[in-house]
Design a binder for this molecule. Sequence first.
Ligand code: ZN
Length: 501
Amino acid sequence: MHAPTAPRIMWNKRAWTDLSRTPAAQLRQIQDEALARYVQEELYPFSAAYRAVFDGAGVRPEEIRGVADLARLPFTTKQDLLKAQSDPLHRYDFILRPTPETIRRAWPIGRKLSLVLGGLRAREELTYRYTPHFLTFTTGRSSDPVAFAYTPHDLELLGEAIARMFDIARIDAVEERVLNLFPFAPHLAFWALTIGGFTTGRMVVPSGGGKVMGTDGNLRLAERINATALVGTPGFLYHMLRQAAEEKRNLSRVSTIVLGAEKVPPGLKHKMAEALAACGAGKVTILGTYGFTEARMAFAECPTAYDVSSGYHLHPDLGVFEVIDPKTGAVLPERTPGELVYTGIGGHGTTVLRYRTGDLCVEGLTYEPCPHCGRTLPRIGSELKRVSEQHALSITKIKGTLVDLSAMGSVLMQMRDVEEWQVVLKKKNNDPLDLDELEVRFSPRKDADVEATAKSIRQGIHLATEVVPNRIEAVPLPDLLKQLGMESEMKEKRYLDLRPK
Ligand SMILES: [Zn+2]
């Protein structure tokens, strides 16, 4: 008979609470040590890609004693990952693949000894913890998706990271009932939340979003489970809440909204809270999160008033963020705007070191304790922009000017009198050689002054992007919802580029 083993996926909240209140200087030491050990015992010996990177830079793995030493190594870009995965000889280069020889050479004696003494069972476990069994993909439209491999060990790390997020967002009580509105897809957001529920043992119910159940189905599900927290993209969530308010649905138990994938302007938070109030809800906390495929985890804001943001709380033991000058690559000091660069600590499967995210963090990185929750974790500012470079997918050229589409979106989504909106890019006369045309479609709120709203849209977009729309058109809400594909697309079509390629 085998003795039953303890469940290993139940997370250790106590350890996290201690870690998140450890003095910042000590946290940096923990991070430095974890990084050094990871580079020596995992990344360098088991990753063909990073062995080549270190050797090419003339850096020995033991020379990385902490975060400050990372600057000696070159960056990894999305192009590097795409190049490797499309080359049959190199497609597994970014995946950790230990062999008996590399283990013998890289691991300290104690770790090797427990492997030897553990016999067959220990060797089986080693194989289990390093063998990929799950993939997610990046969502880029202009390039091939990049696959990220997870092993059972990585799903534990993801579960841990999201359990921490539940704690930061204060949705970790036993009574919580979380509705997961992310679309069913091989993307990080849906799985992160699902696995976070498994790890914490809290109720997380997936709906698949608008395409799977329709808005009505999602609302009925939210009522049926007495949802206390709604998690999804700002676009679909606002649409759902607006309809709920109109139909006087009962969402009185909802006290938290967690938004994934995009930055949340205060105006949109106010609109969401107002709609929820019409459904009987009391005070509602609305937070943003930041996650990306390459990190295989996400980071959350903590509860604050709608017009302030705590920034995203990081996991210093599981990864490192550096902020760099996107032009020179130099590492920048605290609280300086720059591009976010990510290095994972502890992961198996597909791993990245010094990965350029293409996200420009306007407020930079800080090690000051959070003034809102008191946690001592490092934080990055919530306002992110795309770096104006080739690998930035949401940057597009309109009328010869580089425009960050998300900046346009944040103007529109927070306007009180705008219920829904869509941005359309066309060529004049549909002629590929003619001028670009920018059209904004919007559905005005009931009783809104349509002329005045159109005028403030024009001004707001001009101010945020330096481009003036050619046409601003008011469209009835049901028509615009159809054009957006709110219930037919996995993600609504906010930006429609009809220009011939
Ligand atoms: Zn905080």
